[in-house]
Ligand binder design. Structure first.
Ligand code: COA
Length: 261
């Protein structure tokens, strides 16, 4: 059996492309897929050559059509808690990833698939994409952080309507809600995601990392603590070669060449 059965890793220069490929089941997340996603991100974290990650699903129809309902159907109360915690753990790894992560959503992003996309820092969708949290139609609630992240991204009113109806929204609505930053044609999705990520990875890696840390840690801290943390990160950046390079490049009217130090 290959080391990773359902998750493919590719490189486009400094950008890693992670593809979930269980297309026969619309890339539904069984425990093995979840573990392989976690393993892939752990490997990428340690790879200094990787400055950004695009996460996508194989096939034309789905990003990820949710957690595997066959597995969910067999859950006991105790195993259900484990399923939820394990999913939350892997999604937290993505959300706290020290390099920018973008979901390229080319079809259904439902349940755990929508939650997975929401754990990414940015989302871009194809015009055929559909988002939704249909858990209540199955007698459960979103268990991979969806009851927390959706409201943070789209606001309480929209999150409540989506979660309580279980209805899907189309790509245009997702863009209007701020759930995705842009919508492109399906054939252009991956190229558009890589191009947008490349604009990001041209920036200073340590600054990107600290911006992510400051933004996400502010969600869970008191405002004064968040401001203090931001100042300390701002201070640390003044000691980096990247700051020197960024400032010098501006003053010398040339493009910066950041080393991530
Ligand atoms: N878990 C397990 N299998 C899934 C799945 C999921 N979340 N989503 C899709 N599949 C499987 C289907 O069972 C089917 O398998 P089969 O060919 O062996 O029967 C295959 O993927 C293709 O799906 P199908 O339903 O035939 O495609 P469709 O185009 O008619 O419908 C969806 C697409 C996404 C609307 C439909 O598959 C669906 O509603 N999936 C479940 C979504 C969901 O509730 N996710 C949240 C779980 S918490």
């Amino acid at each position: 059996m290959p080391e990773r059965q359902y998750v493919r890793l590719e490189r486009d220069q400094e950008i890693a492309i992670v593809t979930i490929d269980r297309r026969r089941k619309l890339n539904a997340l069984n425990p093995r897929v979840v573990t392989e996603i976690g393993d892939a991100f752990e490997a990428l974290c340690e790879n200094d050559g990787v400055r950004g990650v695009v996460l996508t699903g194989a096939g034309e129809k789905a990003f990820v059509a949710g957690a595997d309902i066959g597995v969910l159907a067999e859950m006991t109360p105790l195993s259900a808690v484990e399923v939820s915690r394990r999913g939350q753990e892997v999604l937290a790894l993505i959300e706290r990833f020290p390099k920018p992560v973008m979901a390229a959503v080319g079809g259904f992003a439902l349940g755990g698939g929508c939650e997975l996309a929401m754990a990414c820092h940015l989302r871009i969708a194809s015009s055929n994409a559909r988002f939704g949290l249909p858990e209540v139609t199955l007698g459960i609630v979103p268990g991979y952080g969806g009851t927390i992240r959706l409201a943070r991204i789209v606001g309480l009113g929209r999150a409540l309507e989506m979660t309580l109806t279980g209805d899907m929204i189309d790509a245009a609505t997702a863009e209007r809600f701020g759930l995705v930053s842009r919508v492109v044609e399906r054939a252009e999705l991956l190229d558009a995601a890589v191009a947008l990520m490349r604009r990001i990875t041209k920036n200073a890696p340590v600054a990107l990392r600290f911006a992510l840390e400051s933004i996400y840690s502010a969600l869970d801290s008191a405002e004064a603590d968040a401001h203090a943390f931001e100042s300390s990160l701002f201070g640390v950046l003044a000691a980096t070669g990247d700051m020197r390079e960024g400032m010098d490049a501006f003053l010398e009217r040339r493009e910066a060449n950041f080393q991530g130090r």
